[in-house]
Write a protein that binds this ligand. Structure first.
Ligand code: PMP
Length: 300
């Protein structure tokens, strides 16, 4: 299927407080965000007309910006309202939502204290990150690129610059015939995917890496809560790559990926199984519940 370019579509984009026609949502080539990656973004999904865990995404957007040293000039309530408004204005009930905040073009040097902060929010139809391949399980290569030490990069921020590593890792995996990459961290521990967290089933228990140098995803936390509600044991610990072949099931969890079974990591093969299936189905049910019902389910 031919890609429809992202700058040539119908619809509207919320841009610095106003809805602008999609094709007019432009910025100057000397924007600081483009040259120095001074940008942070979110990835959200609307299901049945509601953006799942919207406030958690908005809070993370604001927190990501603060980690990069800037303040988004809108309140969380205003950002939530803008996200909902742009989904409605484009006539979607189910869609991906992408808020992005960045430093403008007032100053173009490493120092950027004088830049104005911009915020744009776009939304588009994006059924699943892995499309038709999702249910049979995706194939991941083990990336050479590593998740950096938290003192080397702002790893707790959903900072645009960190995705440079993800794109390098994913392109290498695709060139080798895989769909995505599994990333280790700078210590050689198992970390995550390029755009989702990773889970492993060992002896019927669900294990996942400690998120000390990558995002503690909203989906990750949701899936852990669902698993505990099913009385499944969830363990956060250091996972070494040598352990991976012992896993009976592997899956990814992220807003775009949702719950996606994994059938291969490098030379190791896995069969999507009942634990992944249960969590996938429950996640699909949860995201379509009314926001008040979701809120009423305290995280466990
Ligand atoms: N890790 C990375 C690198 C990501 O891009 C994402 C997607 N935001 C995640 C993990 C999962 O985060 P979430 O579940 O909050 O979408």
């Amino acid at each position: 299927m031919a890609l429809v370019p992202f700058d040539d579509r119908d619809g509207v984009i919320w841009y610095d407080g106003v809805m602008v026609p999609w094709r007019d949502a432009k910025l100057h080539v000397l924007s600081h965000g483009l040259h120095y990656a001074s940008g942070v973004f979110e990835g959200e999904r609307a299901y049945s007309g509601n953006i799942f865990k919207l406030r958690a995404h908005t809070d993370r957007l604001i927190a990501s910006a603060r980690i990069l040293g800037f303040e988004i000039p809108y309140t969380a309530d205003e950002i939530d309202a803008a996200c909902n408004a742009v989904v409605a204005a484009n006539g979607f009930t189910d869609a991906y939502v992408r808020p992005i905040a960045w430093r403008g073009a007032e100053q173009l040097s490493v120092s950027a204290q004088q830049t104005k902060i911009h915020l744009a929010i776009a939304t588009w139809a994006w059924p699943n990150l892995f499309g038709d391949n999702r249910m049979k399980g995706v194939r991941l290569d083990i990336a050479h690129w590593k998740r950096p030490h938290p003192e080397t990069a702002p790893t707790a921020s959903k900072a645009a610059g960190l995705y440079m590593i993800g794109t390098l890792a994913k392109h290498a995996a695709e060139a080798a015939g895989f769909e995505d990459a599994l990333m280790l961290d700078w210590r050689g521990h198992v970390a995550e995917g390029t755009g989702a967290n990773a889970f492993f089933v060992f002896d019927g228990e669900i294990h996942t890496a400690v998120p000390d140098c990558f995002l503690n995803g909203i989906t990750r936390r949701t899936v852990m809560s669902i698993a505990r509600r099913h009385q499944m044991k969830v363990v956060e610990r250091t996972i070494m790559p040598e352990e991976m072949p012992r896993a009976s099931e592997v899956f990814l969890a992220g807003t775009a990926a949702e719950v996606t079974p994994v059938r291969q990591i490098g030379p190791h093969h896995f069969t999507p199984g009942p634990i992944t299936e249960t969590l996938l189905r429950d996640y699909e049910g949860l995201v379509r519940m009314a926001p008040a019902q979701v809120e009423a389910l305290a995280p466990i």
